[in-house]
Design a protein around this ligand. Structure first.
Ligand code: NAD
Length: 288
């Protein structure tokens, strides 16, 4: 039987409706409208288009969006100084630094400069650390979107086997750590390039009641490896011959899984909404 498709848009729309109410309440109670500052360094076309989509969604939800375009040859120190200015600016509630940054600029150093309570992408070491302590506040948007997709199935994940493929700091690792929290208690395995080199990917994927694929490698995960009746969340977004392709061999996988996210249309449409949700959460945190 073919899997139920998990689409991002209806979930995103539902969250946006809730956010609108919360934003109206913030306005009424504190006379504040959440404000998001986006820092775009250089002229990467993909980042520009992503920032444009963020702006459209933010404005539609009632969040102010300021785009700060900085020259591609800016020094690392000047960029950090600019972020520190935004940290001090009380009219800014959230800060995003569009990635990738030009060569020679250390992304970790720049992102670590963002004030913890304004870190709406959950990329600072301080916010990552809170996940380890099971006190998450602002979490990486894509990792959180993957979890929301799993939650949307209504399936109880307690004690089930979760395999995450990918160990990046913004997707794989936080997704795994979030699902390790006692409230989910998934039995979590994290696979990476070393797992693939050792030939162990099929085994760990085959064991997964829930699979989160975030490797950035087109159709790396073969349909035949997928466990019957599992939940498959494909975070991967790869361009192949002008077409967006996930990390999972979709057509074959959907014949084995119970639920699966398509690419495009699955996780992707949710990530901007989670960013807006984080902006509202950041605003609340600053008011505490
Ligand atoms: P990344 O390159 O930083 O990390 C990929 C990870 O996957 C690495 O840890 C690596 O060890 C692992 N990996 C790579 N190739 C592998 C292989 N052959 N076998 C096993 N493991 C392998 O990427 P990322 O930033 O975590 O993004 C992952 C994917 O998610 C990309 O396709 C990216 O485009 C997509 N993404 C989508 C969204 C969205 O909004 N939908 C947002 C962010 C990232």
């Amino acid at each position: 039987m073919s899997a139920t498709l998990l689409m991002g848009k209806p979930i995103a729309d539902k969250i946006t409706e809730e956010l609108k109410k919360e934003i109206a309440a913030l306005k009424e109670k504190h006379d504040i409208a959440p404000s998001l500052a986006s820092v775009l360094v250089g002229d990467d076309p993909a980042s520009k288009s992503y920032a444009g989509r963020q702006q459209k969604s933010a404005v539609a939800a009632g969040i102010n969006y300021q785009l700060h375009e900085l020259p591609g040859d800016i020094s690392e120190q000047k960029l950090i100084d600019f972020i520190e200015e935004l940290n001090r600016d009380s009219s800014v509630n959230g800060i995003i630094v569009q990635i990738p940054l030009p060569e020679g600029i250390d992304e970790y150093k720049v992102q670590s400069a963002i004030a913890q309570k304004k870190d709406v992408e959950g990329v600072t070491p301080a916010n990552m650390g809170l996940i380890v302590y099971e006190r998450p506040r602002l979490c990486p948007c894509t990792a959180l979107s993957a979890i929301k997709m799993v939650e949307s199935t209504g399936v109880d994940v307690y004690g089930k086997n979760l395999t995450v493929v990918g160990r990046s700091a913004i997707v794989g690792k936080p997704a795994a750590l979030l699902m390790l929290q006692r409230k989910y208690s998934a039995t979590t395995t994290v696979c990476h390039t070393g797992t693939a080199k050792a030939g162990n990917l099929p085994k760990h994927v085959g064991n997964a009641d829930i699979l989160i694929a975030a490797a950035g490698s087109p159709e790396l995960i073969k349909g035949e490896w997928i466990k019957e009746g599992s939940i498959v969340v494909d975070v991967g977004f790869n361009w192949v011959g002008g077409k967006a392709v996930g990390d999972v061999e979709f057509e074959a996988a959907k014949e084995k899984a119970a639920y699966i996210t398509p690419v495009p249309g699955g996780v992707g449409p949710l990530t901007v909404t989670i960013l807006l949700q984080n902006t509202v959460e950041a605003t609340r945190w600053q008011l505490e």
